[in-house]
Design a protein around this ligand. Structure first.
Ligand code: SF4
Length: 416
């Protein structure tokens, strides 16, 4: 069994990886231990505010690469450790039986070569499934540069795979992660997407039932949110990704002037997640949300920002507007838009009806009429100020689980 000291090193080293939030996998349990959850796995939060529902661990933090933003880089003087496949399997089983975890998120630094690292990771997941009988959720980080055969094989044993895109441009990769290239990351992503499509056509639901995801570090390099959102859109279109995760940059004792000295903060990450949500579920295009050389407005969410730039399209009459247009009204989300469309078949709706449907009227009121009545502000600056104020009022500090409260962070609530 792995000793405490190595366990500490290998779990601490994995904490900056965020692409692990949910499963969406319906893997069958054929008499072993554990279940992957279709609806996703619930989270708890670590001391620095990141989620844990899975045992998040590296096989090794002895990296041969020297990515400047990474705590595990070769040139960083930190304690090093690695674990064997059996040690990871035993740990997963013991933690699962004690109800500490619901699944495994296994990643690794590149120890030696990508192939050797991937071989050990593959051996681990095969053993977990076949020898230890573990049917719970497994998310495996693919190692770019490893042989396609190893990567494809892994896809049949795990629920989700991801390759970190790391930085939003080739130029930044060259500067900050010289051993990596855009091609070395995008090629395995494209292969996995292809294998995924073939598997679905053949009704093979054992190959990556929860698909593939990726993660991008935000703010370590100078790319704007406009560039990041365009890249995100391209990744969803080309590689059938389930999610793109954003991880705001946190300094890791790197002395280089190439990196910012301060953490980027969670608000930028939050706005990117909101914009990402609009791309995936609200029918927005990246170019509508933001210009290429701009950052998202920190004071209001991206949907409000879009509506304010397109104020000539508003107000819309809730009793007659198309469902697509209703979805573009700040404060009207999917559920409330569906309720409006269903209810207005039988009666004209007024503001009281919208409150009952849980429309966020503080925002929506400036962009709609109800049976011809308008109750909001007309000037974009006044609307923006009011919405920013109400968002600040809806922002609450997440309660800290730890005594000194220093690590609490803000959570923004409400429908987009
Ligand atoms: S390859 Fe780069 S990002 Fe990955 S662990 Fe090594 S130094 Fe860190």
């Amino acid at each position: 069994m792995i000793d405490k000291e190595r366990l500490k090193i290998l779990t601490e080293s994995a904490k900056y990886d965020v692409s692990c939030s949910s499963s969406g996998s319906a893997r069958k349990n054929n008499g072993g231990v554990g279940n992957a959850s279709y609806g996703g796995i619930c989270h708890s939060f670590t001391q620095d505010g990141r989620c844990i529902s899975l045992l998040k661990i590296l096989m090794s933090n002895k990296c041969s690469y020297d990515c400047l933003y990474c705590v595990n880089r070769y040139s960083n003087d930190i304690p090093r450790a690695s674990a064997t496949p059996d040690e990871i399997c035993e740990l997963t089983m013991e933690f699962y039986k004690r109800n500490y975890i619901e699944g495994l998120f296994l990643s690794s630094a590149v120890e030696g070569s990508p192939d050797r690292t991937m071989e050990l990771m593959l051996e681990t997941v095969i053993k977990l499934r076949k020898v230890y009988g573990f049917y719970g959720y497994i998310h495996l980080k693919g190692i770019p540069g490893a042989d396609k055969i190893l990567l494809d094989r892994a896809g049949s044993y795990v629920d989700r795979m991801s390759y970190n895109i790391e930085l939003p441009s080739e130029k930044s990769l060259k500067l900050l992660a010289p051993q990596k290239s855009k091609k070395s990351i995008l090629v395995p992503m494209a292969n996995t997407a292809e294998e995924y499509i073939i598997a679905r056509k053949e009704k093979n639901h054992r190959f990556l039932p929860a698909g593939q995801t990726t993660q991008m570090i935000i703010g370590a390099s100078p790319e704007t949110d406009g560039q990041i959102i365009r890249l995100t859109e391209g990744l969803y279109d080309k590689f059938q990704l389930k999610r793109v995760y954003y991880s705001s940059y946190v300094p890791t004792n790197s002395k280089t002037a190439l990196l910012p000295q301060d953490p980027v903060g969670l608000l930028r990450e939050h706005r990117l997640y909101q914009a990402d949500w609009l791309l995936r579920f609200y029918g927005f295009k990246a170019e509508e949300l933001i210009d290429k050389d701009e950052n998202l407005d920190p004071t209001v969410d991206p949907k409000c920002s879009w509506a304010l730039k397109n104020i000539h399209l508003f107000p819309v009459e809730v009793n007659t507007a198309s469902p697509e247009m209703l979805l573009r009204v700040p404060g009207i989300g999917f559920k409330s838009a569906s309720k409006i469309v269903a209810a207005r078949r039988y009666a004209k709706l007024d503001f009281c009806d919208l409150i009952k449907m849980r429309v966020a009227l503080k925002r929506a009121v400036h962009f709609i009429t109800c049976d011809g009545k308008f109750g909001g502000q007309e000037k974009p600056t006044a609307i923006k100020n009011l919405i920013a104020l109400s968002e600040r009022a809806d922002t609450f500090e997440q309660m800290s689980m730890f005594s000194n409260g220093e690590i609490s962070f803000s959570v923004l609530g409400g429908e987009l």
